[in-house]
Design a protein around this ligand. Structure first.
Ligand SMILES: NC(=O)c1ccc[n+]([C@@H]2O[C@H](COP(=O)([O-])OP(=O)(O)OC[C@H]3O[C@@H](n4cnc5c(N)ncnc54)[C@H](OP(=O)(O)O)[C@@H]3O)[C@@H](O)[C@H]2O)c1
Length: 511
C-alpha cells in the first residue's frame, strides 16, 4: 500500500523483495491500480548482508536519484540466524536496513530533498536495554525481546542519522503503522474478520505522510503513528551515547568500518611479519585436515583438564582466566584451544616448508611451546583488543621467539586478523589492561591509527611468521563462515619456559 501510494503520486517505484513471484504479482497490481508503469522489482534479502550489497550495486548502476527510501520489511515471530550468523529477527529488521541505508547514504545526499522512513513499532518504546550478545546467536525462545530490540534499534538509528545528516538535505523519520491486517502473523491475518486493527491502506498512511507531506519538509528525527501524530520517545531512545555505540557496532558487524582498509597479500614490505609461505599440503589435503579438526578435534572438549586448570586459576586468584575457561566449557565453543596432543595438528607442525622458514629465522633448533587452534565464529570477534604476542611472565628473554599463523580455512579481510605497520606508528601505545598470568597487555590504539590497519588475506595452507612486536587483533567475522587457523608459538631452545606456564596444557617439544 505504501508502494501503491507512491506510484499513484507519480514516483518511479522499486519494490525490493526477496520473492520474485510475490513481487511480480504486486508489481502488476500496483501498475494496474495506479496507472503508473514505472514500478519495478529488484531482488533484496535483508537477512543477507551480501544480498544487501548486491542490491545496492544494482540500484546504483541504474544511475537514478533516490528521493524516498522506506525501510518497511519486517518479521515478527520467526527464528534462526541470518546468512552471516546474526539473530534472524534483529538481523532482518535492523541490521539489513542499517547496511542498506548506510550504503545508500551518498545516493540520498546527492538526490534533492530525500527522505528515509524507518517502519518501527510502538513495541520499540518498551525496550529497557540492549543485550548485544543476543544479536549474534540464534533466536531465543523469547523472540519478542528481539523484535522489540530490532525496532528500538531503528529508533536509535533514526536519531543518529538525524544528527549526522543535519547539514544535508536528507531527513530521517520513524513510523508505527498501527495494528494492521497484514501477513506478519496469523493473528494479523485473522484480525480483520474479528473487527480488530486497521486496513493496510490506513497502516501505510504514516509512511506516506513522512515520504510526501509538505509538513515533513526538512523535519527529521520524529516518530509518528499511523495518523501521523507524533509519539514521544522514552529517555533510552534519546540516549546519544547508546545510539553512537550502536552505530559503531553496526559498522563493525557489517564490515563497513573497514571500507578504506588495505588488505595485504604480499608482506615483504612490513617489519615483524614474514611470508606468506605455503605448507607442503595440497588444497585437498588442507580441506581434509580442516574437516578432521572441525569434526574430531574441536568437539573433544578437554573438560577434565579445563576444570583442573580453572581450579588452579581460582586458587591463584586469576579469576579472569578461570572464568574464560569455564565459559568456553559451558558454551562448548572453543575459540582458542590447545591441541598439540592431536595427531593432525602434530602433522602440520612437522611440515618441511614450515620448518625451513622457522630455521631461517630461529636457527637449527626450533622449540614449540604452545599451539592454539583459533576458531572465529561468524558475527563474533576473537580477542577483539589490540595486543602484541608478548609473554614476559611465561618466557625468559634469552633468545628469539616467533609466532606462526597458519590458515586452515580461507582467511579474508572479513574474518581474519589485521595489524598495524611500524611505518604508521608515530607514538608508543599505552597498555589498557595487563593479563596478570602472561604479562601481556591489551593496547590503547587511537582511531586514526586503527584506520591504517592492514588486513591479512591467506589461502588455506598459507602461513605467516610474526614477531612479538607486531600489534594486531582479530576482526569481527562478517564473512558468514567459520574461520579456522592454527597459531604456533615457537622459540630457540635457549629461551626457558617459566614455571608459571602450566605444562598441563602441553609440553614444549623440539620440532
Ligand atoms: N502489522 C502490524 O500490526 C505491524 C505493527 C507494527 C509494526 N509493523 C511493521 O510493519 C512492517 C511491515 O509489516 P507488515 O505488517 O506489512 O507484515 P507483512 O505483511 O508480513 O510484510 C512484511 C514484508 O517484509 C518482507 N520481508 C520479510 N523478510 C524479508 C527479507 N529477509 N528480505 C526482504 N523482505 C523481507 C516480507 O516478504 P515475504 O512476503 O517474502 O515474506 C513482506 O513482504 C514491518 O516492519 C513490521 O514490523 C507491523
Amino acid at each position: 500500500m505504501t508502494a501503491l501510494g507512491l506510484a499513484k503520486a507519480g514516483y518511479h517505484v522499486f519494490l525490493a523483495c526477496r520473492s520474485e513471484t510475490k513481487a511480480a504479482k504486486a508489481v502488476s497490481y500496483i501498475r494496474q491500480s495506479s496507472g503508473n508503469n514505472q514500478v519495478e522489482f529488484l531482488s533484496l534479502n535483508l537477512a543477507s548482508l551480501e544480498s544487501v550489497r548486491e542490491f545496492v550495486r544494482q540500484f546504483v548502476a541504474r544511475k537514478l536519484p533516490l528521493h524516498v527510501l522506506v525501510n518497511n520489511a519486517g518479521i515478527f515471530n520467526k527464528s534462526g540466524t541470518t546468512q552471516e550468523g546474526f539473530e534472524l529477527i534483529w538481523g532482518t529488521n535492523y541490521l539489513g536496513h542499517f547496511l542498506l541505508t548506510y550504503l545508500l547514504l551518498d545516493k540520498l545526499k546527492q538526490s534533492e530533498q530525500s527522505r528515509v522512513i524507518m517502519v518501527a513499532s510502538d513495541l520499540a518504546l518498551q525496550a529497557q536495554e540492549l543485550r548485544w550478545k543476543l544479536f549474534v546467536k540464534k533466536t531465543p525462545l523469547n523472540f519478542l525481546e528481539l523484535y522489540t530490540a530490532s525496532k528500538f534499534c531503528l529508533l536509535l538509528l533514526t536519531a543518529e542519522l538525524t544528527r549526522q545528516l543535519k547539514e544535508t538535505d536528507v531527513t530521517v523519520n520513524a513510523v508505527h503503522p498501527g495494528f494492521v491486517h497484514s501477513n506478519i502473523t496469523v493473528g494479523h491475518r485473522l484480525s480483520k474478520f474479528l473487527g480488530l486493527g486497521i486496513s493496510p491502506e490506513q497502516g501505510a498512511y504514516g509512511s506516506l505522510f513522512c515520504a510526501m507531506a509538505q509538513e515533513m519538509e526538512g523535519v527529521s528525527g520524529k516518530f509518528l503513528d499511523h495518523q501521523a501524530q507524533e509519539l514521544s520517545l522514552p529517555k533510552l531512545a534519546q540516549d546519544e551515547g547508546l545510539a553512537k555505540e550502536l552505530w559503531e557496532k553496526s559498522l563493525c558487524w557489517t564490515g563497513c568500518n573497514f571500507q578504506n582498509r588495505v588488505s595485504a597479500t604480499n608482506y615483504s614490505q612490513y617489519n615483524h611479519i614474514v611470508g606468506s609461505h605455503r605448507l607442503g599440503f595440497t588444497p585437498q589435503e588442507m580441506t581434509e585436515i580442516a574437516n578432521t579438526i572441525f569434526q574430531e578435534v574441536l568437539p573433544k572438549s578437554p573438560d577434565r583438564l579445563s576444570i583442573l586448570n580453572s581450579l588452579g586459576f581460582l586458587l591463584k586468584g586469576e579469576f579472569g582466566s578461570a572464568f574464560l575457561l569455564l565459559l568456553q566449557l559451558f558454551k562448548q565453543e572453543f575459540h582458542m584451544e590447545r591441541h598439540l596432543d592431536s595427531s593432525v595438528v602434530w602433522q602440520l607442525c612437522q611440515d618441511e616448508n614450515l620448518l625451513k622458514e622457522l630455521r631461517k629465522y630461529l636457527g637449527e633448533e626450533v622449540a614449540l611451546w604452545r599451539s592454539e587452534l583459533w576458531v572465529n565464529y561468524p558475527a563474533q570477534q576473537l580477542i577483539p583488543f589490540w595486543h602484541r604476542d608478548y609473554y614476559p611472565k611465561l618466557l625468559t628473554p634469552t633468545g628469539k621467539t616467533v609466532s606462526v599463523y597458519i590458515a586452515l580455512t580461507e582467511v579474508t579481510e572479513f574474518n581474519g586478523f589485521e595489524f598495524i605497520d611500524d611505518e604508521a606508528m608515530t607514538q608508543d601505545l599505552v597498555p589498557k589492561i595487563t593479563d596478570p598470568f602472561s604479562g601481556n597487555s591489551f593496547l590503547e590504539v587511537p582511531e586514526e591509527l586503527e584506520e591504517k590497519a592492514i588486513r591479512v588475506v591467506l589461502q588455506p595452507g598459507e602461513f605467516l611468521l610474526f614477531t612479538d612486536d607486531l600489534v594486531h587483533r582479530s576482526v569481527c567475522n562478517t564473512s558468514g563462515k567459520v574461520r579456522l587457523s592454527l597459531t604456533l608459538r615457537v622459540t630457540q631452545p635457549s629461551v626457558k619456559i617459566l614455571r608459571r606456564y602450566s605444562p598441563k596444557f602441553q609440553k614444549p617439544v623440539l620440532l
